[in-house]
Design a protein around this ligand. Structure first.
Ligand code: NAD
Ligand code: MG
Ligand code: MG
Ligand code: MG
Ligand code: MG
Ligand code: MG
Length: 332
């Protein structure tokens, strides 16, 4: 059974008595920095000299310095720059300023799990990862709510690393919704698997295959788009509210019967075997290695895939249809 922690289990004064550096001001960085500041924490943001995010962070009342200056001033350093460059930022700007008793924080375990970053023994290594996009993390905090977080300690140099992580999580509203204890290994491997096999890779491949099947059979692309992509949101909303049970309660008996008999013909034993292979490649580090190599090569294949999908009939059809649904922007 997972261990869950709420507001009463976390002591905000622990993080209020530290100096926090938030490196990066993107999706997660802005949410962490602003909410910690609003929780009475001494926070500075670390960004490169020429960064466009600098002006935005300053307008929002935060003090911005370089990553190296932030790391030198602070004794809690949260690394919220993109995963593939974290090791470079660590080597150049963080490592020279780490002292025994400092804490290094992450929002995702990738670089620690796969050994791209190897912190010294005297430093606490923690993770506080909200289970939601950064913009929602900030909005929920402002509304007095919070996004559930997971927290982990990879290295407990002070013997108090988990209390510190819980205190940090409280500062961004996480303990209002609940914090689950995990490990860097569990978080990294399940996060990569989830986004590849189910949430991003699996879902978009399923949508594309269904759409292509209908269009190749001569049906109108607009009809295929609504059926295979647009309606997926309505189905997922029902799953989110009440699991498969609520979704099946809402659809027709015909749809439910088709769900039972056809689903396993689409996600077959072969698909399940491939999922196990995908998981094995995540666990043995070969996915991380090939992704870092692609990134360092300047993203040649990544850009090819992006371009091919952007020009597909699915996407051109969707762009046209969404323009006609004027209310859709407002929902985002
Ligand atoms: P992002 O791409 O939105 O933002 C990255 C930020 O880093 C930008 O502000 C950029 O200007 C800054 N940056 C780039 N190079 C820098 C440098 N050398 N020094 C300092 N700052 C630099 O990133 P993100 O999506 O917020 O991801 C940050 C971390 O959070 C990652 O580890 C990611 O896996 C994790 N995470 C993200 C989400 C999410 O909602 N996007 C959810 C959970 C975990
Ligand atoms: Mg320091
Ligand atoms: Mg994830
Ligand atoms: Mg991820
Ligand atoms: Mg239908
Ligand atoms: Mg129906």
């Amino acid at each position: 059974m997972a261990e869950l922690f709420y507001d009463d289990a976390a002591d905000l004064s622990i993080i209020q008595n530290r100096k926090v550096a938030v490196l990066g001001y993107g999706s997660q960085g802005h949410a962490h920095a602003l909410s910690l500041r609003d929780s009475g924490v001494d926070v500075r943001v670390g960004l490169p000299e020429g960064s466009k995010s600098r002006a935005r962070a300053e307008e929002q009342g935060l003090r911005v310095v370089t990553a190296a200056e932030a790391a030198a001033e602070a004794d809690v350093i949260m690394v919220l720059v993109p995963d593939p460059i974290q090791a470079d930022v660590y080597n150049e700007s963080i490592a020279p300023h780490l002292k025994d008793g400092d804490a290094l924080f992450f929002g995702h375990g990738f670089n620690i799990r796969f050994g791209f970053i190897k912190p010294p023994a005297g430093v606490d290594v923690c993770m506080v990862a909200p289970k939601g996009p950064g913009h929602l993390v900030r909005r929920q905090f402002e509304e007095g709510r919070g996004v559930p977080c997971i927290a982990a300690v990879e290295q407990d140099a002070t013997g108090k690393a988990f209390e510190l992580a819980l205190s940090y999580a409280k500062g961004i509203g996480g303990t209002r919704a609940g914090v689950i204890k995990t490990t860097f290994t569990e978080e990294t491997e399940t996060d990569l698997f989830g986004e590849q096999a189910v949430l991003c890779g699996g879902a978009s491949a399923l949508v594309k295959a269904g759409f292509d099947t209908l269009v190749e059979a001569g049906y109108q692309p607009e009809i295929a788009y609504f059926e295979c992509l647009h309606e997926l949101k309505l189905i997922v909303d029902l799953m989110y509210e009440g699991g498969l049970e609520k979704m099946r309660w809402s659809i027709s008996e015909t749809a439910e019967w088709g769900d039972y008999v056809t689903g396993p013909r689409i996600v077959t034993d072969e698909t399940r075997a491939e999922m196990k292979k995908v998981l094995a490649e995540i666990q043995d580090g070969s996915f991380a290695k090939s992704w870092m190599a692609e990134y360092k090569a300047g993203l040649p294949k990544y850009n090819e895939y992006k371009k091919a999908d952007a020009e597909s009939t699915l996407e051109t059809t969707g762009r046209k249809l969404r323009k006609l649904m004027s209310w859709m922007d407002e929902e985002a």
